[in-house]
Structure formats: C-alpha cells, structure tokens
Design a protein around this ligand. Structure first.
Ligand code: AMP
Ligand code: ZN
Length: 464
C-alpha cells in the first residue's frame, strides 16, 4: 500500500514493523462539547485507513484516547482547560461533562459505521503512566520545573520541527503565543508536561505527583497511552492536519526523548472539513453534528459517502447542496444495486480483475473516489454476471461501509412501508393521532423507525 507520510512529506510504500500486523494510534476527541461533522471527517479518514489495511490482509490493532482533562483552549498551553469552560457553561462536574459528550460522540460515530478502536482510554485513567514518563524526562534533562509546572525543553532535542516546516511554524508559535506568554518557559516553544495548581487553583481534576497536586498537559496523554498499550514502536499515528503542530510535534519530542529511539514510522493527517466561513470548529457557535443532520432528515451515511468522494488530503467544503447531491447519488447507486439479479456462477476471472482494480485504487494513498469509480465501472459491465457483481460489491463494502446491498426484507417491504407512511399522514391530517401513533408503533415493532422531516416522512431499518 502507498501512503502519504507527513514526516517525510512524500507518498511511501507502507511497511509495517511486524509482518502482517499494523499498530495505529488515533488522537481521540476532546469531550467538552459535541463532535461536529468536521471532527467526524477525520475519524472517517482513520476508518478507511483501518478498513483498507484489513482488506489487504493486515491484522490491525488501534488505540485511541478520550481527552477528558488538560486540553487548553489554546493548543500551546494558553487559555483555560476546555473541560472547565464546559463545567461553567453547563453547571456540571467535569466527569459528568466527559461522560455525556463521550456517549454523544459514539452515538454519531456508530451512525457513520466507524469501526471502534480496539483500545479506548480516557486520559484521566492513565495518570501513573504520565508521571512515569515525566519523571524520566526530568532525570534525563529533557524537562525542567518552573513556576510549579513541569515543561519540556525543546532545545534539548535535535530536530524538534521534523514533522513540519521549521520557518513557517516559528511564525505559528509567535502568532499563537502572542496572546499570553508563559514567563515560566525557557524557550517559547517549550510545552507543559504537568501543571500544578499554579495554573488554575480551582481545577476540579487534580492528582498527586512528585511536583505537587496538579494535572497533565494535553500532549503527554497520547504519548503515554500509545506507548503503554501499543508499545515502544508504532506504525501509524494520526489526526487532523491541525494536530501536526504543536500536538504531534510535541508528542514526537517527548516520546522519542523518553524512549531513546524513533517512535512512529508514518504520520497520517486528514485535511479539514470547511464551512462557508472556513474551518469548522467547536468554538464557532452552533455545532453541526451527525445527529443534527439526521434530525434534518439526512441519512448519516450520505455524509460518509460525501467524504469518500473526495480525497482525505484535500479540504472539503460542506454545504447542504453537496450533501443533498451525495444523498441522491447514493440512493440511485443503491437502487441500481438492488435491481441486480443474483444470476450465474461466480466468475473468478471477472472477480479478480475488478477486485484488483479496487485494491489498486484504495491502496493508492486511500483513493476512495477512484474506488467508487471502479464500482460504477463494474455496474456498467454487461460481461459480468449478477452473482459475481453482488459478491464484489459485498466485498468492496467492507471498506466503503455504505450498506450498498439492501436487505432483501427491506426491498420486499418497501411498498408496504410506504403505504403505511401514507396512511399515517392521512390519519394525522384527519387529527386521528391514535391511529397515526399505532401505525408508527406497528412499524417500530418490525424494526422500522419513522423519521419526520420538513420534506415528509422517511424511514430507517433499525434491526434488520
Ligand atoms: P478535538 O475533539 O477538538 O480534539 O478534535 C478531534 C479531531 O478532529 C482532531 O484530530 C482534529 O484534528 C480534528 N478536526 C478538528 N476540526 C476539524 C475539521 N474542521 N475538519 C476535520 N478534522 C477536524
Ligand atoms: Zn493526540
């Protein structure tokens, strides 16, 4: 497989550390608010990566953190802890906030058919590991104590800016730090490994440490969880492009100083989802989530399809027009597939030809748009019989995860469901709400959930 590596700034042949096995770390969500569809685009990218590697026969083990402490509003130790902001906003405890938004995150995550990571760890559960790492970094002279906090000294590492463009990021540090400069730091780019109460006296979540009661910085979480659960050498580590600096830059500095050797071979970064005002972000007013899309009557999988039609390393503009179009195209595609008759015997030649084309596309730095083109080419090919087509589509859908093949039951019942929806609509118009409700419940018992939108009623199979 060919994969773009941010570290080398080129597309490389992917070679795992251990043959046939791949270890991946995905930076998880900060659970102080709902995850917007931009965050979700990043997890869709990781999902395609995992599914593609599995398609190619690798055994994948993936870990992810839940950031429930330590992520300040500025990425470089500036501002307030995002969890504290949420506590003030919602008058809840940090743990209540984290629990609520973690659950909401996974509701949306599952709606997009995203594979769950094998190892999922809240940052607050791994304090011992951060203390162990920070202790060693202090002993080895990579870290220092100042103003009650512990900082990493970036001047002690040879190539602090290896992941990114040095000159450019000097400017980024300057711009971000100009708001609030931390006078405890020796170098402007130094970052906190451990805060004591000197930062926020009223921080709810604090732990004892050799340097006083306090809490970890954001960056140490991912290094700690990754090293503890995936070992000293990692194949792939990733997040959104905004994680390259300072988060991943800092992760490399502290992890490699702690371990004494190279840590991660491939750095995988997803470009942003934009809205009309620029990068979608949680701090920008109303948050557009997958659940909101669903309430508006969209199928979350249409959003997944929209993302798959563009390359993960290209920015993608979200508009409802684009989503509408994606949904219509996906429906047409599914209807076309539903009309294929399961005829003939499996034709190995055609199967291998199209499977080969599909693999060429996805293993070319995850070119999902080209993989979708292979699917269209297959649908058009009159030389391939129905049975072979359906087998191939089923297989491709292991990566796409778009539910391309409708359940038989679903197709057969479609007419019946639509007529019941019509009957319910009439009942509502006649103010016979009892009948309307009984139709809804009757369908629900059969595993069919009705969704009312401004444009009318649609339905979804919930336990087929
Ligand atoms: P957060 O929950 O803020 O820590 O972000 C979770 C992940 O979403 C991080 O890996 C970010 O890089 C990524 N991310 C944030 N905003 C966007 C966006 N607009 N488009 C794509 N990914 C994003
Ligand atoms: Zn991280």
């Amino acid at each position: 497989m060919k994969l773009y590596n941010t570290l080398t700034r080129q597309i490389e042949d992917f070679k795992p550390i251990e043959e046939g096995k791949v270890k991946i770390y995905t930076c998880g969500p900060t659970v102080y608010h709902y995850a917007h569809i931009g965050n979700m685009r990043n997890y869709i990218g990781h999902d395609i990566l995992v599914r593609t590697l599995e398609y190619l026969g690798y055994q994948v083990t993936r870990a992810m953190n839940i950031t429930d402490v330590g992520h300040l509003s500025g990425d470089s130790d500036t501002g307030e802890d995002k969890m504290i902001t949420a506590m003030k906003r919602e008058h809840k405890s940090a743990m209540e906030i984290a629990k609520f938004y973690t659950e909401e995150f996974f509701k949306d995550y599952d709606k997009l058919h995203l594979k769950r990571p094998d190892i999922l760890k809240p940052a607050t559960g791994e304090i011992d590991m951060y203390i162990k790492m920070i202790t060693k970094l202090l002993e080895d002279g990579y870290a220092y104590q100042s103003g009650g906090n512990v900082y990493f000294d970036v001047s002690k590492v040879k190539d602090y800016y290896q992941l990114t463009n040095h000159v450019q990021d000097d400017m980024v540090v300057g711009a971000r730090e100009s708001v609030e400069e931390d006078s405890n730091k020796r170098n402007q780019a130094d970052f906190a490994l451990w805060f004591t109460s000197s930062k926020f006296a009223n921080q709810e979540l604090q732990w004892d440490s050799p340097w006083g009661k306090g809490y970890p910085g954001w960056h140490i979480e991912c290094s700690g969880i990754s090293i503890k659960y995936l070992g000293e050498r990692l194949d792939i580590h990733g997040g959104g492009v905004d994680n390259i600096f300072p988060h991943h830059t800092n992760e490399i500095a502290q992890s490699e100083s702690y371990l004494g050797h190279k840590w991660t071979n491939y750095w995988f970064h997803n470009e942003h989802l934009l809205d009309s005002s620029g990068k979608m972000s949680k701090s920008k007013g109303a948050i557009l989530t997958v659940s909101v899309l669903e309430q508006e009557g969209y199928d979350p999988i249409a959003f997944r399809f929209m993302c798959l039609n563009s390359h993960y390393r290209k920015q993608l503009l979200f508009t409802f027009d684009n989503l509408n179009q994606a949904e219509q195209t996906l429906n047409k595609l599914k209807n076309k597939i539903a009309s294929i008759k399961d005829s003939g015997d499996l034709d190995d030649g055609s199967f291998n030809e199209y499977n080969g084309k599909f693999i060429d596309a996805i293993s070319d730095d995850l070119n999902t748009a080209n993989a979708i083109s292979v699917l269209y080419e297959l649908l058009k090919d009159e030389q391939v019989n129905g049975h072979t087509k359906l087998d191939l589509i089923n297989k491709f859908d292991k990566v796409f995860a778009l539910d391309l093949i409708k359940e038989e039951k679903h197709a057969e019942n479609e007419e019946e469901i639509l007529s019941l929806i019509e009957k319910r609509k009439e009942a509502k118009q006649n103010k016979d709400f009892e009948l309307a409700d009984s139709i809804r419940n009757e369908l629900l018992e059969k595993g069919i959930e009705l969704i009312d939108t401004r444009e009318g009623t649609t339905y979804k199979i919930i336990n087929s």
